[in-house]
Ligand binder design. Structure first.
Ligand code: OFO
Length: 171
């Protein structure tokens, strides 16, 4: 059985992860329209990872004999100014998700739910990686400015990202 307050924050985290997937998909569609298929690939793969993050939380609640409570997912923003603005928004969003994950950690610790406290460690590390990834693209975009050739190369680089499957297994 899982503590009810912890279950609530985990359920709300599921919603945030699926919203993240929606947001990345909206960004991917924006890049497709610009013909930046590498940027589109990168954000589409990130969307798949976000679905996975949501599903890992889902499976964890089930394993703890809790109740999954799915709620409405907000409509993501879809009008963006340029690639750099998209990555600034990604960084801003991931910082928000990091804070939310920190709250799950704090809540599980406060409620002496050590299993959840341990479980959430993977998400804490994942957030460090996601913020760093967004920062690294922003730095490159800052360096290149509006240079078309550089954007072309970065698009190629982001097109090389491959999907990595993560799962959660109890025990
Ligand atoms: Fe699930 O890490 Fe991004 O939002």
């Amino acid at each position: 059985m899982i503590n009810e307050k912890v279950q609530d924050v985990l359920n709300s985290q599921i919603n945030k992860e699926f919203y993240s997937a929606y947001l990345y998909l909206a960004m991917s569609a924006y890049f497709d329209k610009l013909g930046l298929y590498g940027f589109s690939n990168w954000t589409k793969i990130q969307a798949r990872e976000e679905v996975e993050h949501g599903m890992i939380l889902f499976d964890y609640i089930v394993d703890r004999d809790g109740t999954v409570n799915l709620t409405q997912i907000d409509v993501p923003e879809k009008d963006f100014k340029n690639p750099k603005q998209v990555f600034e928004k990604i960084l801003e969003h991931e910082k928000f998700v990091t804070e939310s994950i920190n709250c799950v950690a704090e809540m599980s610790e406060g409620e002496c739910d050590i299993a959840t406290r341990q479980f959430i460690d993977w998400y804490i590390s994942e957030q460090v990686e996601e913020e760093a990834n967004a920062r690294s693209v922003i730095k490159k975009l800052n360096m290149f400015g509006d240079e078309k050739a550089a954007l072309y190369h970065l698009d190629k680089e982001l097109g090389e990202r491959e999907y990595k499957h993560h799962t959660y297994e109890a025990g």
